[in-house]
Design a protein around this ligand. Structure first.
Ligand code: AMP
Ligand code: MG
Length: 638
């Protein structure tokens, strides 16, 4: 199949205009108020009853005739004869005559003959007499029938989004069925690599995130999602799914298969069956988007990358849903932030995903296709086409995704269960990017993280400080963390005893740039020296030495799944995975923290937990604090 190039990208403004003209007619259905949150009223709602339905007392007190109280004063109270008592909810009929009164509770119906209620505080009851110390006027403390809502009154307007207040109103007029708009949005995920969340994850497969994320977004807009599941990258199957969805839905969304790559055929199908309105919009992320019309049903092919799919949904699908439902877009939270780093833009309009940490925005767009960007982004910033560079420190406005709560601290570095414990114990939300020690050092140097978690050995056996010195990092402090037992990890019974056993076994190594990988390199170097050969000669005999797993956990998974025989990593990870472990060495896992955040409450709490007795007690097997835990070292600024 030929490759299609995106030569002509539609400018964002044109694409916005295009979608603002697309509108479909929703149906109507009657649903129970209990299921109506977020839906859009299809008709005005008129009240069939008065609220309240009867005159009622708004105070605990005594119902009486106002004229009987006009002469009452503090020194000379008026005495009325008490004849009965009416609790709330009472349906019995009572009558008040001249000179009489009836005790009444808040919310209870006013007895006939009475025209006012005096508060209990302004009276004194003795046996069957009530002394009145103050006059009341007619209608005092009485809420008249229909004074809240009158029968026949319009209480809610058509096109109102139903929320808690609306549900309160509907319930208070006793209405349990409401007419709402029925706009069905079909959702199809495409891709041979996708499997249903909940199923067993097989090699090469990923869970279908888009179906669920898009369905939730559709619901948030007030429409009804209908999922058609996962369709493989096969023209005929995709066509069948699309046909069904077009038949049953008002709008159809697909995700995946829109880029002009080989095997990506969605846009061809839309082209064949209907009319393509645009294919490719000049924004990042997610320019591969198709907007088309098949049999009057707007059909939008969203990019497969989940972050892109959701950004494009917000920008170009939500407006179609809102137009069709006749509602204004629901409120999007915008927050003011400053850029934590500079970002370069490609000379076209971009919707740039960012993470926001304590008011600083960081690019979350690592590489297009990284699924983690979805989890690491809190919102988007819009970058105008003419902007080429936004400097660190520039103010930006972030449109937040849904109810995203932005994290308290940003952490980049090696994966460690001790960090999970720190997060739990501080109660702070830490955005953790497990990319290895080198990435941690790079991020802290570039100012894109608050904390780097590192275990990089130096030549003299000193951890991490040599790297800081070599990189000339002066705006950071090194906080010594804890020691971790590292060693060989393998399936029980595999007969591994020492490093020297590695040749002949299949190793699953850590990624280059991880401290643990560097430590194994050193250990292997030492072993090679003992044997009188070069390190390269020794590693050549170890199958898989060049593999690169990103976390301790993924190393353990590879061993469990028998994709490898042995790995090198944390005892804590081996135990968690139920694998055997033989210790080889201990490392030092430390934290490099930016000086300018040292005084924040978040970092203070992080450091106080690190030095606490409880933290030391709760560390998993193979991790231990020691005399240097909490020690702070900073290089003098030049
Ligand atoms: P595509 O647009 O099909 O080229 O997909 C782009 C990227 O998004 C690929 O890495 C896909 O594996 C990924 N992707 C596609 N569909 C989904 C989905 N439903 N959930 C999660 N990731 C997806
Ligand atoms: Mg695909």
């Amino acid at each position: 199949m030929e490759r299609k190039e995106f030569r002509e990208l539609t400018p964002v403004e044109d694409a916005r205009k295009l979608v603002s003209r697309i509108k479909v007619l929703p149906g109507i259905e009657y649903i129970n108020v209990g299921n109506a949150v977020g839906r859009i009223l299809a008709e005005d709602v008129l009240s069939g009853v008065d609220v309240p339905a009867f005159n009622r007392s708004v105070k605990d007190g005594y119902a009486l005739r106002a004229k009987d109280t006009y002469k009452a004063t503090e020194p000379e109270p008026v005495a009325l004869r008490l004849t009965a008592s009416i609790p709330a909810g009472c349906a019995d009929r009572f009558f008040v005559n001249d000179g009489e009164t009836i005790e009444i509770s808040t919310g209870a119906p006013i007895p006939e003959g009475a025209d006012a209620v005096i508060m209990v505080e302004q009276t004194k009851q003795t046996e069957d007499t009530v002394l009145i110390y103050q006059p009341v006027h007619i209608a005092e403390n009485i809420m008249r029938a229909g004074s809240d809502i009158m029968k026949g009154e319009r209480v809610l307007r058509k096109n109102t989004r139903i929320g808690s207040r609306e549900i309160g109103v509907l319930a208070s007029i006793g209405k349990m069925e409401v007419p709402v708009k029925k706009l069905i949005v079909g959702i199809i995920s495409t891709g041979d690599e996708l499997i249903e969340p909940g199923e067993e994850l097989k090699p090469g497969k990923i869970f279908d995130a888009n179906s669920y994320a898009i369905a939730a977004n559709v619901e948030e807009c007030g429409a009804i999602p209908r999922m058609y599941g996962i369709v493989p990258d096969e023209g005929k199957l995709m066509e069948e799914a699309l046909d069904r969805a077009i038949n049953e839905c008002n709008i159809v969304l697909t995700s995946g298969s829109t880029s002009a790559g080989i095997g990506d055929i969605m846009y061809r199908i839309i082209e064949d069956k209907g009319e393509t309105l645009t294919h490719g919009i000049a924004i990042k992320p997610g320019k591969p988007v198709v907007i088309g019309m098949i049999n009057g049903v707007p059909t939008i092919g969203l990019p497969g990358n989940p972050t892109s799919a959701l950004s494009i949904f917000n920008e170009f699908v939500a407006p179609i849903i809102y137009n069709s439902l006749g509602v204004a877009p629901s409120f999007k939270t915008k927050v003011a932030a400053v850029m934590g780093t500079g970002i370069r833009s490609g000379g076209r309009e971009e919707l740039f995903p960012v993470g926001v940490v304590r008011g600083r925005a960081y690019p979350a767009d690592k590489t297009s296709g990284a699924i983690t960007t979805l989890a690491d982004a809190d919102g988007i910033i819009e970058i105008k086409a003419q902007t080429e560079y936004i400097e660190a420190g520039s103010p930006v406005e972030v449109t937040m995704f849904g109810n995203a709560r932005s994290p308290d601290l940003m952490f980049v570095g090696g994966q460690c269960p001790g960090v999970d414990l720190l997060e739990d114990m501080t109660g702070k939300m830490i955005r953790t990017l497990n990319m290895g020690s080198s990435a941690g050092f790079t991020a802290i140097a570039g100012g894109t993280t608050d904390i780097a978690g590192v275990n990089m050995p130096g030549a003299e056996g000193e951890y991490n400080l040599p790297v800081i010195m070599k990189m000339g990092l002066t705006r950071v402090v090194l906080v010594k963390g804890y020691r971790r037992e590292l060693g060989l990890i393998f399936r029980p019974g595999k007969g591994v005893a020492e490093l020297g056993d590695l040749p002949g076994l299949r190793l699953i190594n850590r990624n280059r740039g991880s401290g643990t990988r560097a430590i194994l390199d050193m250990e292997i170097g030492r072993l090679a020296a003992q044997k009188g050969i070069s390190r390269a000669e020794l590693t050549k005999t170890i199958e898989g030495y060049n593999s690169g797993s990103k976390t301790h956990r993924s190393v353990c998974d590879a061993i469990k799944d028998e994709r490898a025989d042995v790995g090198f990593g944390l005892k804590a990870a081996a135990e968690e995975a139920g694998l055997a472990f033989i210790p080889v060495t201990e490392d030092e896992f430390d934290f490099v923290i930016r000086k300018d955040v040292m005084d924040t409450p978040e970092i203070k709490s992080f450091l106080s937990v690190l030095s606490s007795h409880e933290f030391s007690e709760r560390l998993p097997a193979g991790l231990r604090t020691y005399e240097r835990t909490g020690e702070t070292i900073s290089l003098p600024e030049m």
